[in-house]
Write a protein that binds this ligand. Sequence first.
Ligand code: PLP
Length: 387
Amino acid sequence: KPSSRITGIIPSGRDGWELHFAAMNRKQAGEPVIMLSVGDHDFDTPTETVEACVEAVRGGFHHYTQLPGIPGLRAAMAKVSTEATGVPTSVDQVIATPGGQAALYSAVQAVLDPGTHAIVVAPYYATYPGTFRAAGADFTVVETHAETGFQPQPATIEAAVRENTRAILINTPNNPTGAIYSRKSLEGIADICRRHDLWLLSDEVYWTLGGGGHVSPRSLPGMAERTLVINSMSKSHGMTGWRIGWLAGPAELIRLAIDLNLVTTYGLTDFVSRAATQALENRFGVAEIAARYDARRKTFLAEMAGLNRITVRGSEGGMYVMLDVRNVEPDCEAFAWALLDAEKVAVMPGSSFGDAAAGHIRISLCQPEPVLADAAARLKRFVANYR
Ligand code: PLP
């Protein structure tokens, strides 16, 4: 009999992915579909990183690596964590993982026992519920609201704390809303964590795409010892397919993550680790990628400014723009499918990210500016002609 703990961790059904794959099929069949439904870059990994990898492959770096990460990589990650979170971070406070997802999985496993409880702030990244279920943990979804720019409300979060609550999971800059959680919101969450003795799991994989506005809650008073930061080179360094990320936090939890990874990943790819070390040390592509998303966001939002039936929500950082379409069509799935049929623009219905984002569509800025301008024109025409 298959494991009942794993069976059903990813519920099936008509969700945003169905639309994404349908759009991809139509595009492959030759339809001029603009794909704005996925959080992956349209551009390749920076050449310097690719070259560093080729050199490492040619140089014979083909072997098993130290489990927490090769020493240079771990040191580079600790240094970046120090800079990104403002907290001095030693190498024993980081573990390299195959992507941010594996860092998230390790973090959840390290702090939650079966039957314990976590709070997740919504809208959230699609894998969060499955990650909690895989740990046998229960979770409560606490909504944020479009009208308040998808900022978390500490009082609502605190109301969800139970006797067996162990952790709160947040993501800033946020996928899907593009909201950057304010220092005030984060201070409120930190206060709850300190008073109720909770771990804070802080997914910061978009930390470089915040236009300077990103605050890591790890830097707040008393939080370094109770925060695990999920990080990744996927978005910041243009390395989605390389599968490289890391977890930073208290050494006692990192030790657990190392034990867990011994029985799951058994370490990272050698040549990828070498290239990633160089990319982190030299910030390959980081400023360029951040500037590119900033310009794309501005271009797209400028196009949306004159549309009176569409309201921009969140959309301050990360790779996404969130549009409130309720004045056009309350059912965002219906909106997204109709937009694909009529104008061949693929977007994610907000409902695939939890109830708080229902009535919205998520636009991924993963296309060059002229394509985004074309998509904006199609969207405007669609809204003008709708019903
Ligand atoms: N966290 C968030 C909020 C994401 O959007 C993603 C990917 O889209 C991830 C984590 C996982 O990223 P990766 O495993 O590529 O590092």
